[in-house]
Design a protein around this ligand. Structure first.
Ligand code: FAD
Length: 405
C-alpha cells in the first residue's frame, strides 16, 4: 500500500486572495469560483506558498491512500473528516517520510502523560507545522550560545539563539523544532532528529527579529564504565557563533498557549522543561502585561545554580507571575519537589483548578509526571473537587497539556 501526503487548502479559512496561486513556481495551485486547490500530481512540496498565505489556510496536510482530486476539492465547504479517503492513523503508517513519522512518534511519547489526544486551547493561534523536513531543512545561523547554569554545577544548560535570516520559520510558544545533528550512527544512517522546545515568543528572541532561542541541557552519562555523550545535545551545546545548523519543523499543534487575556496559566516544570514557559511568559509580558488571567509557575531544580534563567526569572514582578522556585538539594533544607510545593499551596491551586479559564501545562523529565498528577488528585480530593472529572473536562477543552521526555 502506498501512503501519500497530500497538501490541501482549508476552504473555511481561505480568503481567496490568490497569493498562493501567484506564489507557486510550478502552477500546482488553481481555483474555481468556490475554492483554491492544490494539484497533487504537480505539487513538489517546495513550500514556497506556505509563508505568504495570510491566513494559514494553505498549511493543511493529510495522509491518504487515494489522493483527493481537484474536482473533489473544488466542491468542499470544509476539509473532509479524518476518516475519509482511507486516511490512516499513526499506528497504521508503514511507508512515510521517515523524519516526519519519527517526529510524530517522538511527540506521541512526549504527550503520553495527557492520556490520549488533547485539543489546543480554542483561542490558540493557528500553528504552522512540518514546513521543513530532513530532505528540505531550513538552515539557521547560530547568533549566540550561552551557558545559563552556574559553571560549578554538573548541569550544563545552554541558551542558544538561532537566526533564520530572510527565510520564514513561524513558531508559536509551546512548539518544538528539530535539529539534525551532522554525521551518522554506527549503522551508517544519518542521526535521528532531536526535538527542542522553542524558548522564545513568536515574535522572536529579540522582538521583531527573525530568530528563536532554545534551552538545551548537555546529556552526559556513564554506561558500562564509559562516558557517553548525547549526540544532539552535545552538538547544540557546542555550537559556536555563525555556525550553520539544519533545522526541521516546526512541530506540535496542541501544546500551545491560550491567546485570551482571561486565561489563567499554571506551568509546572523541571530543568529544560522551562523552555516553553519562558516563551509563554515572555509573550504575555510583551503583549498582555495587564492580563486579568494569572500566571503561576512551579519550577523545580536541585539548586538555584542549576535552575535555568534563575536570574532573569527572579526579576519578574510578583504581580505579573506567581513564581514558585523549588529546590531539592539545598544544603540546609529538606528536599522539596514541585509536587510538594503544590500540595503546600492546595487552597490556592484548588481555587484555580476549579475555574473554567484555567489551563495546565506540565513539561520536563518523565519522572515528574506522576508526582504532579498525584498532587492534583490529592488537592482536589481534599477540597471537595473531582479530579478525574475536572481533568477530563480540561482535556476536552484544550486546557490540560503534558510534554515530557
Ligand atoms: P542521545 O544521543 O539521543 O542519547 C540519549 C540516550 O541516552 C537515550 O537513550 C537516553 O535514554 C539515554 N540517557 C540520557 N540521559 C541518561 C542518563 N543520565 N543515564 C543513562 N542514560 C541516559 N531537551 C532539551 O535539552 N531541551 C528541550 O527544550 C527539549 N525539548 C524537547 C521537546 C520534546 C517534544 C522532546 C520529545 C524532547 C525534548 N528534549 C529537550 C530532549 C531532546 O530531544 C533530546 O532527547 C536530548 O537532548 C538528548 O538527546 P541527545 O542526542 O543528546 O542524546
Amino acid at each position: 500500500m502506498t501512503i501519500l501526503r497530500q497538501h490541501l487548502i482549508d476552504p473555511e479559512i481561505c480568503i481567496r486572495c490568490n497569493t498562493c496561486e501567484e506564489t507557486c513556481p510550478i502552477d500546482a495551485i488553481t481555483h474555481d469560483d468556490n475554492n483554491y486547490v492544490v494539484n497533487m500530481a504537480t505539487c513538489d512540496e517546495c513550500l514556497d506558498c506556505i509563508s505568504p498565505c495570510p491566513t494559514g489556510a494553505i498549511d493543511n496536510w493529510r495522509m491518504v491512500t487515494t489522493a483527493y482530486s481537484e474536482q473533489e476539492q473544488f466542491s468542499w465547504d470544509e476539509l473532509p473528516d479524518a476518516i475519509d479517503h482511507g486516511e490512516l492513523s499513526l499506528s497504521d503508517l508503514t511507508v512515510h517520510e521517515a523524519s516526519e513519522q519519527e517526529v510524530d512518534e517522538i511527540l506521541e511519547v512526549a504527550h503520553q502523560g495527557q492520556q490520549g489526544k488533547v485539543l489546543a486551547p480554542s483561542s490558540a493561534e493557528h500553528p504552522h507545522i512540518n514546513l521543513y523536513n530532513r530532505n528540505q531543512p531550513i538552515v539557521a545561523r547560530v547568533a549566540g550560545n550561552y551557558r545559563i547554569t552556574d559553571a560549578n554545577t554538573d548541569s550544563d544548560v545552554h541558551h542558544v539563539v538561532l537566526d533564520f535570516g530572510n527565510r520564514t520559520f513561524p513558531v508559536l510558544e509551546g512548539q518544538s523544532i528539530g535539529i539534525l545533528p551532522p554525521g551518522e550512527d554506527e549503522k551508517g544512517n544519518p542521526h535521528l532528529v532531536r526535538l527542542y522546545s522553542v524558548a522564545s515568543p513568536r515574535d522572536g528572541e529579540r522582538p521583531g527579529v527573525n530568530n528563536l532561542s532554545l534551552t538545551v541541557k548537555r546529556v552526559v552519562y556513564q554506561e558500562d564504565g564509559e562516558t557517553v555523550r548525547g549526540i544532539g545535545s552535545n552538538y547544540v551545546c557546542d555550537l559556536v557563533k555563525d555556525e550553520k545548523v539544519n533545522v526541521t519543523g516546526p512541530f506540535g499543534s496542541t501544546f500551545l498557549m491560550p491567546n485570551h487575556t482571561e486565561a489563567n496559566i499554571i506551568m509546572i516544570c523541571t530543568g529544560t522543561g522551562s523552555a516553553p514557559f519562558r516563551a509563554m511568559t515572555e509573550y504575555r509580558r510583551r503583549h498582555m502585561p495587564n492580563a486579568e488571567g494569572r500566571l503561576t509557575l512551579y519550577f523545580g531544580a536541585r539548586t538555584p545554580g542549576e535552575l535555568p534563567y534563575f536570574g532573569p526569572l527572579n526579576k519578574l514582578n510578583d504581580k505579573f507571575i506567581d513564581k514558585q522556585l523549588v529546590f531539592s538539594r539545598l544544603p540546609d533544607a529538606p528536599k522539596e519537589y514541585v509536587q510538594d510545593r503544590m500540595l503546600a499551596q492546595d487552597e490556592k491551586l484548588s481555587k484555580l483548578i476549579g475555574l473554567g479559564e484555567t489551563y495546565v501545562y506540565i513539561c520536563g523529565l518523565k519522572d515528574m509526571e506522576q508526582g504532579v498528577e498525584e498532587a492534583f488528585e490529592k488537592i482536589c480530593n481534599d477540597n471537595g473537587l473531582d479530579w478525574d472529572n475536572i481533568k477530563m473536562t480540561m482535556k476536552k477543552t484544550g486546557r490540560y497539556h503534558v510534554e515530557t521526555y
